[in-house]
Design a protein around this ligand. Structure first.
Ligand code: SAM
Length: 349
């Protein structure tokens, strides 16, 4: 019966809620292995054994939001706040370009609109300096006009995890005033504006239920994002969720596999949180159908300050300095780096 459900997901790209639930709870290792193998096969059919790279630039840990899970939340007084200068950002892009990166991801805490023009100017500088590169933003929720300003400046892609589609869970993870409705509105705007868009969740976040994960799967299938950002929740010691357990590599890999079968062409990173939880986390994500890795391109002295969660991996194969190590690691499972831009096959031209 498991095999039938998995085969149907591979063929039809969606399932009924109860069937997702079955895949999320199945216990027999052979069933899980079958799911993972099917997903790996589909990923290889779409993308071969090449893994796309994105150079991750953590622009700033200053944030106006107060998400309960996040180490750079506004009310955490124990973080030394930083914002990279324009020069540092461009210097990092230069370093990344010379190593071979063709996508830069500008991620950071959420700022007020007074900084939007500054970001637009930097996007323009990057676009001019490295015209053959893709520029991805991950800067949170903003008015439609701001997203349009950045798109006009040359941004191609936007990552905005919806975090959870379940209204009640969303309100348990976020402060009063943040709503899932507005998050989804932002995702719709981004799509309308022609960005390649990424949505996604944390796996194993406090209070998360199977029901809410099923709702997330249904939302992702309906929304059809170009990218899917999913990683395990990991507690950070200065947050209200410091004492909650982390999500697992197992469940996250299982979700990569389900989503690979549901959205065969999606770009799915094996996220830093996977590598942070376990030395083989990144490879297990890839073997379950992920096809992107995002090495850290931020100046080394700032990486520890971008402390979303404890024990974040930012060195070795998780960084621009460790590309050789990453290549070697991928080779152990017969994969290699694909140095192209790695646009979504479904992106609007
Ligand atoms: N401010 C932007 C936003 O809200 O999309 C981008 C930065 S935000 C820190 C990037 C992502 O980090 C969030 O979407 C969230 O899923 C993830 N994150 C934050 N805290 C985390 C934690 N404790 N464990 C795992 N992931 C976490």
């Amino acid at each position: 019966m498991m095999k039938q459900i998995i085969d149907r997901l591979r063929e039809k790209h969606e399932l009924a809620p109860d069937e997702y639930r079955v895949l999320l709870t199945m216990q027999h290792p052979q069933d899980v292995e079958y799911l993972i193998c099917q997903a790996r096969e589909v990923a290889q059919k779409q993308f071969g054994k090449g893994i796309f790279l994105r150079g991750l630039l953590e622009l700033s840990n200053v944030c106006r939001n107060d998400c309960l899970y996040c180490g750079i939340r506004r009310s955490n007084r124990n973080v030394t706040r930083y914002t990279l200068t324009r020069e540092q950002i461009l210097e990092s892009c230069k370093l990344g370009y010379n190593v071979g990166f063709r996508t830069f991801v500008l991620q950071g805490g959420e700022w007020g609109e007074e900084r939007s023009q500054w970001i637009a100017d930097i996007i323009r500088d990057i676009r001019q300096g490295w015209p053959d590169c893709a520029i991805t933003l991950s800067l949170g929720e903003h008015p439609r006009e701001t997203y349009a300003l950045w798109r006009d400046a040359g941004a191609d892609r936007y990552l905005l995890r919806h975090e959870t589609h379940n209204e009640r869970l969303y309100s348990l993870l976020h402060p009063h005033g943040m709503t899932i409705q507005h998050r989804l509105q932002c995702l719709d705007w981004l799509k309308e504006l022609g960005y390649q868009v990424g949505a996604g969740i944390m796996v194993g976040s406090p209070f998360q239920s199977l029901k809410s994960i099923v709702e997330d799967l249904q939302y992702l299938v309906a929304f059809q994002p170009h990218m899917i950002g999913i990683g395990p929740f990991i507690p950070q010691h200065d947050t209200p969720f410091a004492h909650f357990p982390a999500g697992t590599v197992d469940m996250t890999s299982r979700l990569y596999a389900i989503l690979r079968l549901a959205l065969p062409q999606a770009l799915i990173p094996s996220t830093t949180a996977m590598a942070s939880l376990s030395p083989d986390g990144r490879l297990r994500g890839i073997l379950a159908g992920a096809n992107v890795v995002m090495p850290n391109l931020s100046p080394e002295e700032n990486r520890a300050q971008y402390s979303l969660y404890d024990n974040k991996a930012s060195l070795g194969a998780e960084s621009v300095q460790g590309i050789k190590a990453l290549e070697n690691e991928l080779a152990t499972i017969g994969y290699h780096i694909d140095w192209s831009r790695g646009d979504s096959p479904t992106a609007r031209k």
